[in-house]
Design a binder for this molecule. Structure first.
Ligand SMILES: Nc1ncnc2c1ncn2[C@@H]1O[C@H](COP(=O)(O)OP(=O)(O)OP(=O)(O)O)[C@@H](O)[C@H]1O
Length: 665
């Protein structure tokens, strides 16, 4: 039973229970052997037991309730043990006998528990055997005593005495049994409480485990907290250092602030002065704006007047103007010591030509002509004239295109006379041709026009007329291109299926020009190794918009590099058709010009693609410039003469008063 008890506290209580059990057992043994013999012993034992039971009961109750202190329980347990001691039993028996003698035999005797007895040691094992022996001895003595008092013959008395004792014992036995039952119940209760205690103990164990786990967790947490604490202390230390540094910096800043405040005060003073200055300036700006507006109005008025004057000058110069340019000998020609024909530049506008040997001065009838042939043009350029010199004269026409006029510049001359050089030029700024210069000039002039409120959109297209077919030089795909009228009202023409590029910079146009040059049909001729056998046309459309004035101006600029104007020669059999077409278109150009000169009703523009395309530039709302190119070589003299005669005819051609293509939006 002891082994099943889990806790020392409970063991202390159980010790009392053990004592009780032992007494019960001994009581049962005595009863089974000899009830009468054990009567006295049982009387005293049960008396003692009752006393101890009441104590034990209280103790057990306390155990159950877990209220009795351990010390008290121990004392009571000792008391129980002490009661069963043999000495005490003997004394109790003696006293019982004495009391019986004095007529108190009916009352059971219970010896009170003394302090001395309580202090004596307990020996339960010995107690059982010794007690039995001593009880027997007491009973014997008692018998002897009684026997001594009652006569042997007094059987009735002895019987009555025995019956009395028996009834007493039986009564006590009953009491004892009921007490035993009570004790049994008590034992059951205690067992139940033990089970409850065990359950509690198990709960406590679980709780203990939980608490142990919690303790471990808390320990870990504590370590973490300690570590954090250390870190925080470290951080605090660092923060303190930082604080110290910051306070130093703050001090510095405060000092700086002070100096800044001083500076600020000075600047505030300056600001006040500047504000008053600003007010004055604003007033001045207002005044200046008024002046500016007045000046703008004046500029606009003057611009209008300038345009009128410019146009008047152009008209005075002629709407079809002819420049003559004589090219220098090429390095190759110098090397070959090619003979130059006789050319005299009489003035800026007059040129005199003749054969180098003077043979042209004699006519077919062998009569002396007497003088060289003289031709007058709007301008004559010597071989020393640069590209810039030529463009200076041409730029006025470009200006007209920006103002909304149709302008046509075409280079005319025999193969190798310098047409392509004049129009397209060569690499480098010095040798840059008229097309590139025109574009740069347009962009430069545009800025001036923008100041006057004009915004421009530039479109460019490149085409060539080869064998009476139009070819798009920006599109390598072959398509059918037709010359068509824009509408019935205007004389404007356009070419169908032609690629038109919007140009935003001179570089963009230069790129287009390079593509066009690559695509251009070039064939080698006897006169010039890169001679062109087609008419090349660069069309630049300038669309200007003035949002304030609600005006739009459209100017078309045609820059044409014509094919060689030389006459058909027998040795050029391979190129017969090609040359025939070239000559046809150029001859038709002459016819158109003659018809214009004679003011004929019908002008044969449509006889060739070239005249058809140039129609608006020749007789319509246009300003035309023919750049006649001449070779200085004696061997080219005849073609030079032909070209000079043709150009002279053009120069004499008069057109109607030119109108600007400008409309109100
Ligand atoms: N003003 C000039 N200054 C220097 N060299 C020139 C000048 N004009 C023409 N040349 C040179 O003369 C040669 C022929 O010129 P270019 O090719 O322009 O003739 P072209 O009339 O266009 O011939 P084609 O009709 O065959 O195209 C070229 O080598 C060119 O460099």
């Amino acid at each position: 039973m002891e082994s099943r008890l889990p806790k020392p506290k409970i063991m202390i209580e159980a010790r009392s229970i053990t004592d009780i059990s032992v007494k019960n057992n001994s009581h049962k043994v005595t009863k089974s052997n000899n009830i009468s013999t054990a009567t006295s012993m049982v009387t005293s034992t049960i008396s003692s037991t009752l006393t101890s039971t009441s104590v034990g009961s209280a103790s057990m109750k306390s155990v159950t309730e877990n209220k009795l202190p351990v010390k008290q329980a121990l004392v009571r347990a000792k008391t129980l043990s002490t009661i069963t001691r043999s000495d005490n039993v003997q004394k109790a028996v003696k006293r019982t006998a004495t009391n019986v003698a004095h007529g108190e035999a009916k009352k059971p005797f219970v010896k009170p528990v003394t302090k001395a007895l309580m202090n004596k040691p307990i020996n339960n094992a010995l107690m059982t055997n010794n007690t039995v022996k001593k009880v027997n001895k007491i009973i014997q003595n008692d018998k002897d005593n009684k026997a001594g008092k009652l006569n042997r013959w007094d059987m009735r008395g002895r019987l009555a005495q025995a019956n009395e004792k028996l009834s007493t014992v039986q009564q006590k036995n009953k009491d004892t049994e009921s007490k035993c039952n009570m004790l049994q119940e008590l034992v059951d209760t205690l067992k139940a409480s033990e089970t409850a205690c065990k359950a509690k103990a198990e709960n406590f164990q679980v709780l203990n485990n939980t608490l142990t786990n919690e303790l471990q967790t808390l320990t870990v947490e504590m370590f973490t907290i300690r570590k954090n604490e250390e870190d925080l202390i470290k951080q605090l230390k660092e923060s303190k250092e930082l604080c110290t540094n910051l306070s130093c910096t703050l001090n510095e800043f405060q000092e700086k602030c002070k100096s800044q405040e001083v500076l600020n005060l000075e600047q505030t003073k300056q600001l006040t002065v500047l504000k008053s200055d600003l007010e004055l300036q604003e007033k001045l700006i207002k005044d200046l704006n008024i002046v500016k507006e007045e000046l703008q109005a004046l500029t606009h008025k003057m611009d209008k007047e300038r345009r009128v004057l410019h146009n008047t000058i152009q008209e005075l110069k002629g709407n079809i103007r002819v420049f003559c340019r004589v090219r220098p000998r090429t390095p190759k020609e110098i090397e070959q010591t090619k003979v130059l024909c006789n050319i005299n530049f009489i003035d800026d506008c007059t040129i005199e030509v003749g054969k180098s040997d003077g043979s042209d001065a004699i006519s077919c009838s062998r009569k002396l002509r007497g003088i060289k042939q003289e031709f007058s043009f709007d301008k004559v350029f010597t071989p020393n004239a640069s590209q810039a010199d030529v463009f200076e004269e041409l730029s006025l026409l470009v200006q007209s295109a920006l103002e909304g006029y149709n302008v046509c510049v075409f280079a005319y001359g025999q193969t190798g006379s310098g047409k392509t050089y004049t129009m397209e030029g060569e690499c480098g700024l010095q040798t840059e041709g008229m097309i590139s210069r025109t574009v740069r000039h347009i962009f430069k002039e545009m800025k001036q026009f923008e100041l006057l409120g004009w915004e421009y959109q530039i479109e460019a297209s490149f085409l060539e007329i080869y064998n009476e077919h139009i070819v798009d030089l920006l599109d390598s795909e072959s398509k059918i291109h037709e010359i068509r009228m824009v509408d019935n009202k205007s004389q404007d023409l356009y070419v169908s299926n032609l690629r038109v590029e919007e140009i935003h910079s001179p570089a963009e146009l230069h790129e287009c020009l390079q593509i066009a040059q690559r695509n251009r049909a070039v064939a080698a001729t006897q006169s010039n190794e890169r001679s062109s056998r087609s008419h090349s046309v660069t069309r630049i459309r300038l669309i200007g918009t003035h949002t304030i004035k609600q005006e739009i101006s459209i100017g078309n600029l045609n820059l044409v590099d014509l094919a060689g104007s030389e006459r058909l020669k027998t040795e050029e059999a391979v190129r017969t058709t090609e040359t025939k077409n070239i000559n046809k278109s150029l001859a038709n150009l002459g016819n158109v010009i003659l018809a214009l000169l004679k003011k004929q009703e019908h002008i044969p523009y449509r006889n060739s693609k070239l005249t058809h395309l140039l129609m608006p530039s020749l007789g319509g709302n246009s300003k035309t410039l023919m750049l006649l190119n001449i070779s200085p070589l004696d061997e080219c003299y005849n073609e030079t003469l032909n070209s000079l005669r043709f150009a002279s005819n053009v120069n004499n051609c008069k057109t109607e008063k030119v109108k600007r293509s400008r409309m109100i939006l």
